[in-house]
Design a protein around this ligand. Sequence first.
Ligand SMILES: *Cc1c(COP(=O)(O)O)cnc(C)c1O
Length: 363
Amino acid sequence: METYTIPLAPGPVSIPAAVRAAYGVDYGSADLEEEFFALYRRCEAGLREMLATANDIAILSGEGMLALWSAMKSVLRPGDRVVAVATGVFGDGFADMARQLGAQVETVDFGYDEVLDAGRVAEVVRRVRPRLVTVVHCETPSGTLNPLAEVGAVCREVDALYYVDFVASAGGTPVLVDAWGIDLGLLGSQKVLSLMPDLCMVSISARAWEAIAEVGYVGYDALAPWRTAVADRYLPYTHNWHALAGLAVALDSLAAEGLQAVYDRHATVAALCRRRVRELGLALWPRDEAACSPTVTAVRVPDGVTWAALDRCLRERGMVVGGSYGPLAGKVFRIGHMGSQADVALVEQGMATLGDVLATIRA
Ligand SMILES: *Cc1c(COP(=O)(O)O)cnc(C)c1O
C-alpha cells in the first residue's frame, strides 16, 4: 500500500507512534480486570475534562457512527417529534436517521456553506416542541463550525433533549457540554483524538438517562447498560484494552500540552491554511470565513480542474486530502488539520505541494 508522507485527510487522521505502541502491549487476561476499570475511569475523567462536563461518558467499541445511532435509538420512539438542524450532509443525515426510526421530523434548513441561525432554530423548536433537537458542531464535509449555546438554552426551555455531534471538533476547539446544555454528546476516535477507528464516546446527562430508561431500547448498540456497567464491573461486551490504552495516551498528551494550547495550535494552523488558500487564488467553501472550523478547511475545486485529477496528482506527490459528499461531491475538497495533523510544518508542506500541483495542472 502507498504510504502518504503528507497526511491531510479530515479523518481518519494519522496515528501517533505512542498510540500505535499502546496496541502492541499484551494486556493479559481477566486477572487484570480491576486495572481495566481503572483505565476506563481514567479515560472517562480525561474526557470529562476535555468536554467540560460532570456527565457520565460511555466509551463504546465501534467507530463514530455507532455513537450517532446508539444515542438516537436509545431515546427515540416511533412518533416522537424531532427537530433536525441541517447545515450540511451530517445535519440532513440525522433527519434521515430519525425518520427511519419512525420519528416525525422537521428540519431547519440552511445552506451547506453557512452555519445555523439560532433565532430561526428557536422559532421552530418553540412551535414543534420536540423530544429531540439534533445539531452538528463541526460539519466536516462543509468545513464549518456551528454555534451551540443558544440552541441548548431553547432545548431547556421546551424540555427537549439536545443531541450534538462533535465528532470532528471536540479536542480541537472548546466544547462545553454542561454550559451549553448538551444531553447527548457524540464523539469518535479517528478524528481529532487521532486514534484508530475503533471507539466512540457518548456524554449522557441526567435528563438523557431518564429518557433512556423510559424508552427501554435493547441491543448491542443500546446505551442503557452503560449506566451501571463500570460500577457493576459488568460491560455489555468484551473489554477493549488496546483501544482504551490508546485513548489514555491521547488524553494524557492533551493534558500535557494543555487544552488551551491545543486549541490555540488548531486555530493557528487553520488560519495559516486559510491564508494559503487565498494566496493560491482558491476560494473557501464557507460563505463567511467566521463560519470556518479550526479542524478542517473546505475549499472549492477551482474552475478548469476536476477533483479526480487534483486527487490523483496530490497522491502522486504523497499528499492525501479529502473530497466531499452529497451535493458537495466533486465541488469541494477538504484539508484536515485536526489532532496530529494540526501541525504548522505539515500544513505548510501540504499547501506548498498543492500550489505545485495546481501550477502543473493549469500549465
Ligand atoms: C466522521 C464523522 C462522523 C462519523 O464518524 P465515523 O467514525 O467516520 O463513522 C460523524 N459526524 C461527523 C461530523 C463526522 O465528521
